[in-house]
Design a protein. Structure first.
Length: 318
């Protein structure tokens, strides 16, 4: 009783609401229930619905019976609440014929009990995600050495499995190997309010739009961040909302074959470099002893103090 009163008083003092650390999963499931009901109204079976959201950070398991990698829930809510910067990845839909929970994803190739990144999708997605979070934590932006990636796949996989990342498929019903633009746009029209609610739920600092035809970026600007500004004239990669202090990256689909891995990465990160030079205050460091996020919103998390002695991923240490 005394502890509850203390926590309530602390949150009243700093002017924020107190939620349980499990709030994201509970709120995701409540939203998905509503989403499935609307799918059915629109003539789509709820059995095709693929759940997604805050990526699980619990134990990773290789299931011999199925030959698939699985993951348990862990400290993903705690990690998200105390992270210096939080990344939300927007993708089209689940690349599969049957739905599975995207929150278990690691990027590891199924059918092989030894960890290895799968397909072109995950080497690109992990590279973009880790590099963006590294750069916005104040670390050096590394470029390719010739055709050699600045990070090897094992390092990317390890970082991707520990960083604060959420992933939203804007089309929740699985649809095979390809999602046509017309189908995606139709889904955004019918479920845009639900997509927006899920985005707002996480309050991300960085949004990585993996589409290629500006659909996600345009949706974000119209419905979420109306003051979104393009950073450079030579590229359409980095965009910034001064009022919300949020960075939006307008990128290709990670499986895109029309540009080399090197060029997609370097064009993106060159724009990010210009952005960080123009807005150096976006780079923040969390004082884990005080629990204070030192960006211009001055967010205070009591959970950072509660978990101050826990080990953070290496990427956040400076």
């Amino acid at each position: 009783m005394y502890l509850a009163q203390l926590v309530k008083a602390a949150h009243k003092f700093v002017g924020i609401k107190c939620y349980r650390m499990t709030r994201y999963y509970d709120r995701e499931q409540a939203l998905f229930k509503e989403w499935k009901e609307r799918l059915v109204v629109n003539g789509i079976s709820e059995d095709l619905f693929a759940e997604d959201g805050l990526l699980f950070r619990g134990r990773i398991i290789y299931v011999n019976e199925t030959g698939c990698w699985d993951r348990e829930q862990g400290n993903e809510a705690e990690l998200w609440d105390t992270a210096p910067k939080r990344l939300l990845v927007l993708t089209k839909d689940l690349y599969d014929d049957e739905p599975w929970d995207v929150r278990i994803e690691t990027g590891r190739k199924n059918g092989i009990p030894h960890p290895r990144l799968y397909h072109k999708f995950y080497p690109n997605l992990t590279l973009w995600s880790c590099s963006l979070l590294n750069a916005c934590a104040g670390n050096e932006i590394l470029m390719f050495d010739g055709n050699k990636c600045p990070y090897d796949n094992d390092e990317l996989m390890k970082q991707y499995e520990t960083l604060p990342i959420a992933r939203i498929n804007c089309k929740k019903a699985v649809g095979g190997s390809r999602c046509k633009s017309r189908e995606l746009n139709d889904h955004i029209v019918k479920y845009g309010d639900l997509i927006l609610r899920q985005i707002r739920m996480y309050d991300p600092d960085i949004i990585l739009c993996c589409c290629g035809d500006h659909v996600f970026k345009n949706f974000i600007k119209k419905e979420y961040l109306p003051d979104l500004q393009q950073i450079t004239d030579k590229g359409n990669w980095a965009h910034y909302s001064p009022s919300a202090n949020k960075l939006v990256i307008n990128s290709f689909h990670p499986s895109y074959f029309g540009m080399s891995r090197k060029n997609m990465y370097e064009y993106m990160m060159e724009d990010v470099k210009v952005f960080l030079e123009k807005y150096p205050g976006f780079v923040i460091v969390t004082d884990i002893n005080s629990g204070k996020r030192t960006d211009n919103r001055q967010k205070f998390s009591i959970f950072a103090r509660l978990f101050a002695n826990k080990k953070l991923p290496k990427i956040w240490k400076r």
